[in-house]
Design a protein around this ligand. Structure first.
Ligand code: C2O
Ligand code: CU
Ligand code: CU
Length: 526
């Protein structure tokens, strides 16, 4: 008798792309329901946290009224008290400090008036602790997460993941940063404490009453919400007072849809020591770096040798090619002060103290074993992630998100490594529809839950190399990644491992308006 898996593989072989939709096996539901809201007594947590999502008021703008926000607050119930680092007077949730091997239990209370669920973006955790929108809890309910930190040292991100509402909830404040450390990182002499700082970049629009404005009309849903003002670590016009030494700034693009091209305007290059999945094998220095929504880059900023009072400004530098002319005009209307792709200030750094020593940049960080062709079992037959947009829809392989469904090509064996090809699928609509979809082409930051992946190749085949040249030096493709920016006319191949956990793991565009519009699917690992 063929096993369930053999059946499935045959099914996979004979069903053509996108036609068959397999229902989810029953056991996945069964499992998840049992685990959902109970403490597993066999899970011996090293640290227990309580998270609450609630409405709050925060003084974001210096002048005038406080702003009504939605906010995560957290406290340590048992274990290391430094696990939670609260940011004072902020809509961002606290920084969560974890280390590899630690077992974490989180009690999440929803004190909002609407459903919510937390996703630990970047962490490789079991399905029931991954914040799948099927687990969104109602006002007044509690959800229990239990997971072991398997990740390497790096910077991760937590945020609300309520289907259809993720964009609005994250915009209203439901997000925060996670730092993971491990023994390999601790052997390196990297900046710590006051020299290891967050750089969470977000754009927001305020009304005349200092309240957040979130619009979800046609242009916003199609190109994504673009704010009018840049906030860093939850504050406008941020200026860091720094010492004349080196710093680690953990940059996270926490914006709904805006893409940044980070750089100095005097041509000083920028050095990166980590990507989404943590420390690189060695530091990488670039003229500028691209940072798409949900991507993280740990920047090595060196102020040594600078004079007292020196001021440096980190910008988003001008770029082109992330969207068609039509979108560009819509974006300009939406965000009057900062049109996508124009130059604007992110943060300034002022040298206020001169110190004599500064940790040098290590020339080796942490080895990254590379996947090769022999590590994947579908080399000739990569799993497609075909991106397309039509009027008021954003699709993957021609489909919208369906809460409990996967296609056969989305069903993968536990323990396998898969080659995945991410591309713009304009032809899926065919003829006129295909043309239209090409006009609606834009860059999509594609995020896959579960384990971090590696980028095999990035190929541009468009007919505007001049525009592409304004961004192409800024991608760091040799680290572990969970989110990759796919430019128009680009095709990206990745290798993604599916180890450790069975169940449903989402993949989606992290332009949050696209995600909410349905540009999300999931893998079933079994
Ligand atoms: Cu940060 Cu499913 O996302
Ligand atoms: Cu995620
Ligand atoms: Cu998108």
């Amino acid at each position: 008798m063929p096993t369930h898996n053999q059946h499935k593989r045959q099914f996979l072989k004979y069903s053509s792309l996108g036609l068959a939709i397999a229902a989810l096996p029953k056991f996945v539901f069964a499992n998840s329901k049992v685990l959902q809201n109970k403490v597993n007594p066999n899970f011996k947590a090293d640290v227990e946290l309580e998270f609450t999502a609630k409405n709050s008021e925060v003084q974001i703008l210096q002048q005038g009224n406080k702003t009504v926000v939605q906010k995560f607050v957290a406290q340590v119930l048992t274990g290391d008290p430094s696990t939670v680092l609260n940011l004072s007077d902020n809509y961002l949730g606290p920084i969560i400090n974890l280390h590899q091997g630690q077992k974490v239990r989180v009690f999440f209370n929803n004190s909002l008036k609407e459903p919510a669920i937390i996703h630990w973006h970047g962490l490789h955790v079991p399905q029931h602790s991954d914040g799948h929108p099927m687990y969104a809890i109602q006002s007044g309910q509690q959800y229990v997460y239990e997971f072991e930190v398997l990740n390497r040292a790096g910077t991760n991100f937590y945020h609300s993941h309520t289907h259809g509402e993720t964009g609005r909830q994250v915009y209203n404040g439901l997000a925060g940063l996670i730092r993971v450390t491990d023994t390999q990182e601790q052997k390196l002499d990297l900046p710590t404490g006051e020299y290891d700082l967050p750089l969470v970049i977000q754009d927001r629009t305020f009304d005349s009453n200092n309240q957040l404005r979130y619009v979800r009309k046609m242009p916003e849903r199609m190109i994504g919400f673009l704010g009018d003002m840049i906030l860093v670590n939850g504050k406008p016009n941020i200026e860091f007072a720094v010492k004349s030494r080196t710093y680690r700034f953990r940059a996270l693009n926490g914006s709904n849809s805006r893409i940044y091209k980070l750089g100095w305007d005097d041509g000083t290059p920028i050095t990166v020591i980590a990507t989404d999945g943590g420390l690189l094998q060695q530091p990488v220095t670039k003229p500028y770096v691209m940072l798409a929504p949900a991507e993280r880059l740990d920047l090595w900023l060196d102020f040594s040798g600078r004079k007292l009072g020196a001021e440096l400004i980190l910008y988003s530098l001008p770029y082109q090619g992330v969207m068609s002319g039509m979108y560009h005009r819509m974006g300009r209307m939406q965000s009057k002060h900062i049109t996508p792709g124009t130059k604007f200030k992110i943060a300034s750094f002022k040298v206020t103290t001169i110190v004599s020593d500064s940790p040098p940049l290590p020339n080796k960080l942490v080895p990254i074993p590379r996947f090769t062709a022999k590590d994947v079992n579908n080399l000739a037959n990569p799993i497609p992630i075909g991106l397309s947009m039509q009027h008021m829809s954003a699709l993957i392989n021609g489909k919208s998100f369906a809460m409990h469904k996967t296609m056969p090509m989305e069903q993968v064996e536990l323990g396998s490594n898969k080659k995945i090809k991410i591309f713009h699928a304009h032809s899926m609509g065919g003829g006129r529809m295909g043309m239209m979809s090409k006009m609606l082409s834009m860059a999509h930051p594609i995020h896959l839950h579960g384990q971090q992946y590696q980028i095999l190749s990035r190929t541009y085949s468009g007919n505007n190399p001049k525009a592409y040249a304004t961004v192409k030096e800024g991608f760091i493709d040799n680290g572990w990644k969970d989110t990759v920016l796919v430019m128009p006319d680009e095709e990206i191949e990745i290798i993604k491992p599916f180890a450790d956990y069975t169940g449903l793991f989402l993949y989606h565009c992290h332009n949050l308006e696209h995600e909410d519009l349905g540009m999300m699917r999931q893998f079933l690992v079994s």
